[in-house]
Every structure is written in C-alpha cells, then in structure tokens.
Design a protein around this ligand. Structure first.
Ligand SMILES: Cc1cc2nc3c(=O)[nH]c(=O)nc-3n(C[C@H](O)[C@H](O)[C@H](O)COP(=O)(O)O)c2cc1C
Length: 324
C-alpha cells in the first residue's frame, strides 16, 4: 500500500512537510495545499515560496491547482514542470462557498458537460502527469455515475476519491458504497481518502477493496503523525518524539513568520487533531486554545506532553461517525 499525506490548507505547508518527514518517515507523497493560478500568470511570493523545489528538498511533494480555466491550469502546469515536478494535482473537492461560487473545486462537479470540456482542454495539451482529487458529487452521490463516465475519458495518473459530496463538507458518514462503485467500474489507479485514523481501519479498507493499493490520510495523520510509519511496521509516536516534533515545528514557524504569536496560531490548528492522541484531554485543550500569550501557550503544551497519558490510537474526536 502507498500512503499519501492529504493537502490541508493552513496545516501541511512546506515547513510542516519538512519537519514531519524528518520525524515520521513513511509517507510516499505529500500533496500540497492548493494554489490558484490566475490570469496574471504569476503566483504570490508566498505560493512561490511553497512551490520552489528547495522548500521541498528530500520530500516527495505534489503541487495542487485550484482553477476552472484550462489556460490557467496549463500555464501553471508548464511552470511546475519547468521547476522539475512530474505530477500536478487538480482540486475538484474544495467545498468552500467562495470557491464553488466561482465554479472551482467541487463547483466543477455541478455540470459534468462543463467538467468534460475543461478536462478535454487540459489533457489535450498538458505535458506532465495530472492526478485528480475529487468528491463523488455536488449535492448527491447519484451524480457520481455521470462524473465517472467523464473521468473515464481521460488519462489521469491517479484518481483520488474523497467519497463525500460537497454538501457534506468534511462531516457525516463517508459514502463508501459510492467509492465501491468506482472500484467496481474498474477505474484505476484509485486512491481512497476520508476518515482513516488507525492502522486497523486502513487494513479493513484494504481488505474490503483489495485492488486499491493507495490511501490518502489527512486529519488522521495530523492527529497521529506516526500513522503512516506505524502501518509500515514502525513504532508508535512516543512522548519525547512528539514533543521534539512539536518544538521543531513551532520554532520553524516562529522563524519563518518572524512572529512567535503567529507560530502559536498555526500550532493551535494542529492541536485540534493532535490532542486526540492523548487521554483526558478536555480541560487542557480548552486552556491551550484560549492561550493569549506565547508563554501561556508553551506552558499549556508542555503540560499536555508531561501530564496526559498517550493513547495507542487517536480517539479521532473530530469524526462524528464511524468510518465503517
Ligand atoms: C483544514 C483543512 C484544509 C484542507 N485543505 C485542502 C486543500 O488545500 N486541498 C484539498 O484538496 N483538500 C483539502 N482538504 C481536504 C483534505 O485533503 C481531505 O480530503 C479531507 O480532510 C478528508 O480526509 P481525512 O478524513 O483523511 O482528513 C482540507 C481539509 C481540512 C480539514
């Protein structure tokens, strides 16, 4: 099985990828949070900083594009190919209202004919491998048959399916029966993404879909940074390694942002998931999230590492329904 780190805007940026891969090897590819190429043929300085190969040294990183204009996609894909990337990922999953209103992300799933025209233009001219990350519909999983018929016509390198519709955002039960439909249709290579948080769940998915040999892990891997290493036979994260991972990340952000305060805000996002690897976390996480100063934050984080028993598997408290 191959293990991919899901793109997570605000969490899995270049610094995170560097630090994570150093402390917890085992991820086969890191998909980068999306960048949006525009008509002006120029990425922001921040985006360029994320995309430059030197920001991703030693890490197999795949850039992701969010656009509904084929000419913008092709311009960006050419530029990324020149930088040395061999794969670019197309975002057909983003559920945000401001994104879908412009027909981007999962907004492109609303009209299979328009999606078809867009994919046709892309695949006619693109010079590097294109993988696609998609949901199974905009409003209803019934839409998936028409979308699958459209996907079948194009030579994408991998189809990563998060089996929810746009209306689900990231909540509720994943629509496993719709993923099963894609598997039955013999579309491939397929990558499963959604709600996997433990080695047992990953094994169960593999047992249910023996032809699926790759999974993408997002919140589950942020919540247990050793998850990919563990499923490959490595050890679970111990308290000391987690603490060093935390400290290195925090210092990395503080230096890059020139602000410990902003580094703290970034770390709080991580804690929304990481806290579920600890027992009895309620009081501590509330205090940590409320921390106003960096020294308060540092004390709270230190208390969690010192005082709270570590779980073997994350309790994955962000998940409202079981995966199976
Ligand atoms: C905070 C956050 C940011 C995300 N950013 C992106 C993104 O930039 N591009 C993308 O394709 N998906 C993004 N996603 C979706 C994840 O890649 C993934 O599909 C989703 O979290 C479901 O997988 P999981 O249950 O393993 O987390 C984001 C999700 C979250 C929670």
């Amino acid at each position: 099985m191959y293990y991919y780190f899901a793109p997570m805007e605000g969490i899995t940026g270049a610094i995170f990828r560097q630090v994570h891969s150093r402390f917890f090897p085992g991820v086969d590819k890191y998909y980068m949070p999306f960048v949006s190429p525009g008509k002006e043929r120029k990425f922001s300085r921040r985006d360029v900083g994320e995309l430059l190969p030197e920001s991703n040294r030693g890490v197999r990183a795949v850039p992701q594009l969010l656009t509904c204009r084929a000419e913008d996609f092709l311009w960006a894909a050419d530029w990324l190919a020149e930088l040395g990337y061999e794969e670019v990922n197309l975002n057909l999953g983003c559920p945000s209202g401001t994104v879908t209103a412009k027909g981007k992300g999962s907004g492109l799933l609303r009209d299979p004919e328009e999606l078809d025209r867009f994919l046709e233009q892309i695949f006619h001219d693109v010079k590097i491998a294109v993988s696609i990350k998609t949901r199974v519909g905009f409003q209803s999983p019934e839409e998936f048959r028409a979308l699958a018929a459209c996907f079948r016509r194009y030579p994408w390198s991998e189809l990563i399916i998060h089996p929810r519709v746009r209306e689900d955002f990231y909540k509720g039960r994943v629509r496993m029966e719709t993923f099963a439909l894609a598997v039955e249709e013999g579309m491939g290579p397929l990558c499963y993404n959604g709600d996997l948080t433990t080695p047992d769940e990953i094994s169960a998915l593999g047992a249910r879909f023996p032809t699926v040999d790759r999974v993408m892990l997002g919140r589950g891997l942020v919540g247990d940074p050793a998850l990919a290493a563990r499923v490959k036979g490595g050890l679970p994260a111990d308290r000391e390694t987690l603490r060093r991972f935390h400290d290195t990340l925090y210092e990395g952000y503080a230096e890059a942002f020139g602000s410990r305060h902003n580094a703290m805000l970034r770390m709080k996002e991580l804690w929304s998931y990481l806290i579920w690897l600890f027992e009895e976390n309620g009081r501590h996480i509330k205090a940590l999230k409320k921390a106003k100063t960096t020294s308060e934050y540092e004390d709270r984080a230190a208390a969690i590492f010192q005082e709270l028993p570590l779980r073997e598997d994350s309790a994955a408290g962000w998940r409202t329904e079981p995966i199976f």
